[in-house]
Design a protein around this ligand. Structure first.
Ligand SMILES: [Zn+2]
Length: 397
């Protein structure tokens, strides 16, 4: 394929940006090494990014020991992505919604972040959002980055179906957020945002990410690219039926995996197993931390293993990343899940399935999704931001 110079510049810019996201401080030489670009090209991209205000020079503390200083000379000048808050991030969850000011460099614990209980209607949500946004104190932003649960239609800017948050369905949610903010809205499906964040932080090329919260969701990164469906639906692994499971799911079907392995599913099994109808999540977590994997929990893990084995057989991916509630309950859970996936998959007959826990990096994933617009143009005609764009809804990835 012939790559036009502008495309090449953009591709090079993206490589430098990715390298800086994964490693917050880098010298120009290190960036060249990490991206495979020549020193001159990497330096040119850094200069263009600096001019656009997206990259800044950072101080490198000199060695404290005078002998090392004489031996090594001056440390090289380091660069980093700009720490200036640039985006308004909104992470819509079934129970809680987080609102934060986000710099290009990734989430910063020093910057304000508000958590509000997710209201149960669109009007209440938009009202709470307006108040929370004011307390975050971001006067203007280049874009509003939103992670959205459910099935999202990227073209129409609409939530087609949200099994655990039905009021968010339709086009009104994202358009309502857009109406409150004089900046483009970039929406990313919540599990896809996690996968993009994990990929940016770890540089992993191919993996299946599973997240356990109010639902059970999946996203696939295959050979460096997020896999998206032909229809606006992918990774909905939580809505795969499990044999002999008669629980009704929020999606309307009976027997879905997430009725066993989501937070509420686990809580229901715990209550039934211990005859304690009032037990809450804290009690469950304390119990599992103390007693480990009991049969009611093992059943949920194994049901997950069977469903994931089906995905692995189909996709040909041997790396599973798990985030969220289930793996955080006990250190043995991830290994038990790995063994179950291995037991039920073809790969397990002759090879090994890798399964690891990871932190949720949803904010980072949203920034990666937004970078497509921030870096568009690359090199000479790199724009300082996307705030000057005609206001409309972007649906990333
Ligand atoms: Zn379901």
């Amino acid at each position: 394929m012939y790559l036009r110079p502008a495309h090449l510049r953009e591709a090079n810019t993206r490589r430098v940006f990715r390298a800086l996201l994964a490693r917050p401080r880098c010298s120009r030489a290190e960036l060249a090494r990490r991206t495979g670009l020549s020193g001159v090209t990497a330096g040119r991209v850094v200069d263009a990014l600096k001019e656009a205000g997206l990259v800044v020079e950072v101080e490198t503390p000199p060695p404290t020991d005078g002998a090392t200083l004489r031996l090594m000379g001056r440390p090289p000048q380091m660069v980093a992505l700009s720490p200036r808050p640039r985006f308004l991030g909104i992470e819509i969850g079934v129970r809680e919604t987080r609102i934060a000011a986000l710099p290009l460099a990734g989430p910063d614990p020093e910057l304000p972040c508000r958590t509000i209980p997710t209201p149960d209607s669109l009007d209440a949500f938009l009202g709470s959002l307006r108040k929370a946004k004011a307390s975050v104190g971001l006067k203007r932003c280049d874009a509003v980055l939103v992670s959205v649960p459910g099935v999202v239609d990227q073209g129409a800017g609409a939530v087609l179906f949200s099994p655990n948050l039905h009021w968010s369905e339709g086009a009104e949610l994202l358009h309502g957020i857009g109406a409150q903010n004089p900046a483009p809205v970039i929406a990313v499906q919540e599990i896809q945002a996690l996968a993009l964040g994990h990929q940016a932080a770890e540089g992993s090329e191919s993996f299946l990410l599973l997240d356990f919260s109010e639902g059970v969701g999946g996203a696939v990164v295959m050979q460096g690219h997020l896999l998206t469906g032909e229809i606006s639906l992918s990774g909905e692994i939580g809505h795969t039926p499990v044999m002999n499971n008669g629980r009704r799911c929020g999606c309307g079907a009976v027997g879905c995996l997430e009725t066993l392995a989501s937070r509420n599913g686990l809580l229901r099994s715990f209550r039934e197993a211990h005859g304690n109808r009032r037990a809450d999540w804290t009690e469950l977590a304390r119990h599992v931390a103390r007693f480990g994997i009991e049969p009611w929990l093992d059943q949920a893990i194994d049901a997950t293993g069977v469903v994931v084995a089906g995905a692995i057989n189909l996709l040909g991916i041997g790396h599973v990343i798990v985030t969220g509630d289930l793996p955080s309950l006990h250190v043995d859970i991830t290994e038990r899940l790995r063994a179950s996936i291995e037991e039920h998959s073809l790969l397990g007959r002759f090879g090994r399935v890798a399964c690891a826990t990871a932190p949720r990096r949803r904010w980072l994933g949203l920034i990666v999704a937004a970078s497509k617009d921030v870096l568009a143009g690359g090199g000479d005609d790199l724009r300082p931001g996307i705030g000057d764009r005609r206001k409309h809804l972007y649906l990333a990835v």
